[in-house]
Design a protein around this ligand. Structure first.
Ligand code: BMA
Length: 313
């Protein structure tokens, strides 16, 4: 099957959330995680402030399309304690995973010491508690699987190296503090839409044929980088094993608010919500400025990974 441009059906009323709908001063609303909690869609979005640094806000929806922001931000840089030294430049790009009756929030913590990943948890999206800093510097894009494997949490992440192409790795943890058994599982492909770098996007979604991971891939052009979305399928029991990666992207910047904005030509996902009818709502930031949503059939995405694939590494 050849990927058609409409494998992700854009919601006709995109963008679904932008700065004018936020009841406190922000310059962007982008790169949001979305989960369903108690019948409500909860969106944790990233916003730039006029300092150029980011905070995380929260918006709620009953249908996954119409969101209303809470009156105050959800997570702002820690001012004291162990996290303060690593969040002074902002908190970015949250990913949320529901597991064992709570939600884990993995976000990028920026400071003069680099970018590392911090982990917080909430049970109700009203109170949030920081747990741990789970990487050293120069990691981004951590997504945690919603199930454990042999008693271990599993995460995908993306270290940045000066030598190797920026690739997707997996690590495991017994307790969310200590992580190990790391291995590289997926690389960009040369002269391909994701050749410059790849990174995990939405936390993986369980399907009967494997864990579906929606990732971003970047291609460099004479006019800057283009961020697109692709899909990979991981083995249900051994997530380090990649069963297939779609050769084609599933979404690229096309709408005016994806092509033009704070950073041109970006669609970037941090979350997707599987629905009981076999569809999935995929949420993405357009041009690092606004939030958008589209729908796809999980079976089409799985098919692309299995029947139209490129090598994982
Ligand atoms: C990446 C991150 C993302 C951003 C993207 C496009 O490196 O900074 O948060 O959406 O670039 O600017």
């Amino acid at each position: 099957m050849i990927a058609k441009p409409d494998i992700v059906r854009r919601y006709p009323y995109n963008p679904i959330l932008s700065k004018k709908e936020i009841p406190y001063p922000v310059e962007t609303v982008h790169n949001a995680a979305v989960v369903k909690h108690d019948g409500e869609y909860i969106m944790l979005f990233r916003s730039h402030l006029r300092t150029g640094r980011s905070i995380i806000g929260l918006a709620r929806s009953s249908d996954g399309f119409h969101f209303t922001a809470d009156p105050a931000p959800f997570l702002t840089p820690a001012r004291d304690g162990a996290f303060a030294a690593y969040e002074e430049f902002g908190v970015e790009d949250p990913r949320v995973t529901g597991i064992d009756g709570e939600y884990l929030i993995a976000y990028s913590a920026y400071s003069r010491n680099g970018v590392r990943i911090a982990l917080a948890k909430t049970a109700d999206f009203r109170h949030v508690e920081r747990i741990s800093l789970i990487t050293e510097a120069d990691y981004r894009n951590v997504v945690i699987f919603p199930e454990k494997f042999n008693g271990f949490y599993a995460r995908l992440d993306r270290p940045h190296s000066e030598i190797a192409p920026w690739s997707i790795w997996i690590s495991y943890s017994p307790d969310l503090l200590f992580w190990g058994e790391s291995q590289l599982i997926m690389r960009p492909v040369q002269y391909h839409w994701d050749e410059m770098k790849i990174g995990p996007g939405a936390p993986p979604i369980k399907t009967s044929q494997g864990w579906l991971s929606i990732y971003h891939g970047v291609f460099q052009t004479m006019d800057g980088s283009v961020y697109r979305l692709g899909v990979a399928l991981h083995d249900l029991h051994d997530p380090a094993k990649i069963v297939g990666v779609s050769d084609s992207w599933i979404l690229q910047p096309e709408d005016p608010w994806e092509v033009t904005g704070y950073v041109h030509n970006v669609v970037f996902t941090c979350g997707a919500v599987p629905e009981p009818d076999g569809s999935v709502k995929i949420y993405w930031g357009g041009a690092d400025t606004v939030m958008c949503v589209g729908e796809a059939n999980l079976s089409d995405l799985v098919d692309l990974c299995l029947n139209h694939s490129r090598p994982a590494k």
